[in-house]
Design a protein around this ligand. Structure first.
Ligand code: F6R
Length: 612
């Protein structure tokens, strides 16, 4: 939610900020703005995309070696020019960009109003910068001290960067609950929500911890302190991200690129962690805590959205293979419903971004109650990765399209490996069954590649159904969460209403929706419940629904009933979601494109949900 970027050094700040904002646009894209300091403090801000901001700067003076920029996902106040960041303090001396929410902003605002402050915007951010200004004024303190005092007064989450008109050689950045990376160049600093705006300039970075702030200076010096005013020293880390990984690489959209990257992403997720020939699985994070994990009375999987769907598949996998009871919880519910969590529980937290506020809060709660936390994240060094006791990275590479694709399939890959390693260690799986699954896992990237070749067939299907008003997705067993995920993909990027259901539940309600206008997507690759799915297909056909069935190659029974079949290569049932999700991702993508939607940046959404 919101991308922030700052620069101080000898280069022109404007192109660095604009390029950085475009890279961060996945985090929010309802308005954007920059502030540049060159004697004058010039602020440009505009509702809409970064490209709109660029337009209004055409022909304007944008020369400066220090500046800050922001791309917004609105929380307080509608997305318009005024609410766009940066925000200025009342004296016009301080400018701020902010990602997060100041929860007690209303009380602070009321107090500041009493002291004569007027507010231009509806944002909590403008309140924060005026609080800092007020502290600086009344306590006659340095900006750094004022920032520290003010941040100790606010409740909520933030990553902020502050620019002071009177001090063109200095930026202050702070974080709590929202990510912040500082890139260190030669006598220059880059500050950003993630490393993508930094990567082409320097590989040396520092990740600020929660409740820390950094003062960076044009002469190349910097200091990091806690909000308690204790100086900290952080090791400088080397970025492993490549520029190529964050660009579109010839694809029209990030989402399409990321769908096509799945075979490689899965290989990367498995690399060095398993060997089918030798029959072993070894996840570093898991091995370290294996005896505690093995002896856990139950597992809780917590996550949001797509990651929650992969968590559901995790439940099926772990209960099926490792015979440990699993509960899957929406993090947003789990954190507020006073759940029973015991010391003997293991909580698996799944998150692509590693920054999702609800998932982080669920972790904190479970940690307080002494459970072991195992994080499954994609973003290296993210907050969830850092607060977990143990964990595994999915190694999917940067996922920039807002709709999650390769993160989902790599999460499932990791959950499969986790289930198998525990199963092997507990002896709940035979050696031959384990080997069969591991061999098949090695084949999955090839099977996904084969499935991706169905692209033109799926595009034709998309053309037929692009104007549908509703879609139903049905699956059983391992394919039920895939139905949920297929429906989510379609609704979030094409804005067609779609629902996923367990196929057998259809007759308990949703069947009332079926008529000749209703496309029903069946996931029908299951070997175990095949006949039951055939019956469900019959039930839809009897009501004249339009049947699109994802089936195994060579299927004849469902082909005879369905309006359309998508034939995918057969695999082990436990691994089938890795294959069956692919046509659903492509279907959603093509329908959305045909409806003229922005697939990489769907309306109202943002990639990283750092607010609850
Ligand atoms: C949907 C999607 C979201 C995320 C959810 C959790 O395509 O991407 O539903 O899965 O916001 O995000 P992470 O996985 O970053 O915690």
């Amino acid at each position: 939610m919101c991308g922030i970027v700052g620069y101080i050094g000898n280069k022109e700040a404007f192109p660095i900020l604009i390029k950085g904002l475009k890279r961060l646009e996945y985090r929010g894209y309802d308005s954007a703005g920059i502030a540049l300091l060159n004697g004058d403090l010039n602020v440009f801000k505009k509702a809409g995309k970064v490209s709109e901001l660029e337009k209004i700067t055409n022909g304007k003076s944008v020369g400066a070696n220090i500046g800050i920029g922001h791309t917004r996902w609105a929380t307080h106040g509608e997305p318009n020019d005024v609410n766009a960041h940066p925000h200025l303090s009342q004296s016009n001396e301080l400018a701020i960009i902010h990602n997060g929410i100041i929860e007690n902003y209303a009380a602070i605002k009321a107090e500041l109003e009493k002291r004569g402050y007027n507010f231009q915007s509806d944002t909590d951010t403008e309140v924060l910068i005026n609080l800092i200004e007020e502290v600086r004024k009344t306590e006659k303190s340095s900006l750094e001290d004022a920032v520290r005092v003010a941040l100790n007064e606010v409740v909520g989450a933030y990553a902020i960067v502050i620019l002071d008109k009177k001090d063109p050689n200095h930026l202050i950045a702070a974080r709590k609950g929202s990510p912040l990376v500082i890139g260190i160049g030669e006598d220059e600093f880059y500050i950003a929500s993630d490393a993508s705006p930094i990567i082409e300039y320097t590989q040396n970075v520092i990740y600020l911890d929660d409740q820390e702030y950094a003062s960076v200076h044009r002469d190349g010096t910097y200091v990091i302190k806690t909000l308690g005013n204790v100086e900290k020293s952080h090791a400088i880390q080397k970025l492993e991200l490549s520029l190529e990984a964050i660009e579109k690489g010839g694809y029209e959209h990030f989402m399409l690129k990321e769908i096509h990257e799945q075979p490689k992403a899965l290989e990367d997720a498995m690399r060095g962690r398993m060997n089918a020939l030798q029959g072993w699985i070894k996840l570093g994070g898991l091995s370290e805590y294996l005896s505690r994990i093995e002896n856990a009375e139950r597992f809780v999987i917590t996550a949001c959205g797509t990651s929650w769907h992969s968590g559901l598949i995790g439940e099926y996998l772990i209960e099926d293979l490792a015979r440990v009871p699993v509960e899957v919880e929406y993090a947003s519910e789990f954190r507020y419903r006073n759940p029973i969590i015991k010391e003997s529980d293991v909580v698996f937290a799944i998150s692509q971004s590693g920054e999702t506020a609800d998932t982080l809060a669920a972790i904190e709660l479970a940690k307080e109650r002494q459970a072991l936390i195992y994080g499954i994240c994609n973003v290296i060094g993210s907050s969830i990765a850092r607060v977990s006791h143990a964990g595994s990275y999915t190694h999917a590479g940067p996922e920039i399209g807002v709709a999650s694709t390769k993160a989902f399939s790599t999460q499932i890959t990791l959950l499969t490996l986790i289930a198998l390693q525990i199963a092997q260690s507990k002896g709940t799986i035979s050696t031959s069954r384990l080997r069969t699954i591991l061999y098949e896992m090695e084949n999955i990237p090839k099977k996904i590649k084969e499935t991706l070749e169905l692209d033109s067939q799926i595009k034709e299907l998309a053309a037929i159904y692009k104007d549908a008003r509703n879609f139903l997705y049905l699956g059983r067993g391992y394919n039920f969460p895939v139905a949920l995920e297929g429906a989510l993909k379609l609704k979030e990027i094409s804005y067609i209403h779609a629902e996923g259901y367990p196929a057998a539940e259809m007759k308990h309600g949703p069947i009332a929706l079926i008529d000749e206008e209703m496309p029903v997507v069946f996931l029908a690759t299951n070997q175990s419940a095949y006949e039951k799915i055939v019956s469900n297909v019959q039930e839809v056909k009897a009501r004249k629904g339009k049947i699109i069935a994802v089936v195994n190659k060579g299927d004849t029974q469902i082909r005879a009933l369905a309006d359309h079949v998508i034939e995918v290569p057969e695999t082990e049932e436990v691994l089938s979601p890795l294959v069956t999700i692919v046509p659903l991702q492509l279907l959603a993508y093509h329908i959305a494109i045909m409806r003229g939607c922005n697939v990489d940046q769907p309306r109202n959404l943002a990639k990283s949900v750092t607010v609850e």
